[in-house]
Design a protein around this ligand. Structure first.
Ligand code: CP3
Length: 339
């Protein structure tokens, strides 16, 4: 069956670009909040297949997006590695900080598959309900990004604790990255086997690394995941999203055999076109332009379409939708993209 998003991942331009939004299942949707209120915690929601499937399908039902993205979180991996993860409402994730080199060197994989099993059940449920033209995306975090949360125990403005740790204890840090590469690979393979059509690797904190560290902690681990996933699932479709990578995007797409690259909103559109000559691109509307709506939103959408819709392109945001975004603005965006 023809799925426009998968066509783009095959390098084929679509007359109307397929569109979805990062974090499309979430707090800006009243129907999401209605379910969220009935559940004790974010993780409980991720591990309850019926609820997670329902929430995955909500934005597709409401807006007719070209893709559904599995409702889960990148931090289920540290959770399945035995690090306790909590989500504080309005404050983000909390983990026990991991800043002792010896403690890290004692850390062992693999991730506990029994912990992740409900997620594969969610995938089977969603798959049975999804229209055949809609692509179904799974995901994981980039090992670097997941490591930044494991080390700091939370999100910080620049994830300095992990960057500092990697300079001071490169061996222990490499051990942590190795564990995450293996766990992420297994996790993506299981998602693909359960029925997702493609997967996205979210490296949200890629942009804070200097070039040499970017090579070592973002490119090299992602490259291993891509190769290892394809060894288990030949032809697996993979989107990379190295947020904030800037000029490092060139090496990212040259070195890693991903099928498409997600661009954040800071990527200049002329540069985005250069990247598009090497790989299909996805992006890159500023989530704040979406929140603002009105003329600013229309102009931003038009500029992106003009620059990128002539080639293989998936319309998306340059990062996740903000919780206080009016639903009407999402409708306005879709109208503008689809004409
Ligand atoms: O895109 C989707 O709709 C699928 C679900 C999804 C979530 N998190 C659900 C979520 C995806 C793909 C993610 C990825 C994720 N999680 C990333 C990478 C992408 C990005 O946005 O940078 C990161 C860094 C995380 C870690 C994380 N999870 C943070 C920093 C936070 C707190 C900030 C926030 O938005 O609340 C979360 C919580 C989270 N993950 C929520 C949702 C819907 C909010 C939880 C709630 O409803 O209370």
């Amino acid at each position: 069956m023809h799925k426009p998003l998968l066509e783009v991942l095959d390098g084929k331009r679509q007359t109307v670009p397929p569109v979805w939004m990062m974090r499309q299942a979430g707090r800006y949707l009243p129907e999401y909040m209605a379910i969220r209120k009935t559940v004790g915690s974010m993780l409980e929601m991720c591990f309850t297949p019926k609820l997670a499937a329902d929430v995955t399908l909500q934005p597709v039902r409401r807006f007719g997006f070209d893709a559904a993205i599995l409702f889960s979180d990148i931090l289920v991996i540290p959770h399945a590695l035995g690090r306790s993860v909590r989500f504080e409402t309005g404050e983000g994730p909390r983990l026990p900080p991991l800043d002792d080199a010896d403690e890290i060197l004692q850390l062992r994989g693999p991730a506990d598959d029994a912990v992740l099993a409900p997620i594969y059940e969610t995938i089977r449920l969603v798959k049975s309900e999804l229209a055949p033209v809609v692509a179904f995306l799974g995901f994981c975090g980039g090992p670097w990004t997941v490591a930044t949360y494991m080390i700091a125990g939370r999100g910080t403005p620049d994830q300095a604790p992990a960057r500092m740790f990697a300079y001071q204890h490169p061996e222990a840090f490499a051990h942590l990255i190795d564990i995450l590469v293996k766990a992420s690979t297994d996790y993506l393979v299981r998602q693909l086997q359960a029925g997702v059509d493609a997967v996205q690797i979210f490296d949200t904190w890629a942009g804070i690394l200097p070039a040499g560290e970017f090579e070592r902690w973002c490119i090299a681990p992602t490259k291993r995941i891509v190769a290892d996933v394809r060894r288990a699932v030949p032809g697996a479709k993979i989107i990379g999203f190295p947020r904030g990578a800037g000029s490092n995007l060139n090496r990212y797409v040259e070195d890693i055999a991903i099928d498409a690259v997600g661009l954040d909103w800071m990527v200049e559109l002329g540069f985005a076109r250069e990247i598009q000559r090497k790989r299909p691109v996805q992006g890159n509307l500023d989530p704040l332009a979406l929140r603002a709506g009105g003329v600013a939103l229309d102009r931003s959408v038009d500029a992106i379409l003009e620059a990128l819709a002539g080639g293989p392109f998936v319309f998306n945001l340059g990062h996740g939708i903000l919780p206080d975004t009016p639903v009407a603005h999402v409708e306005q965006m879709l109208k503008r993209v689809r004409g």
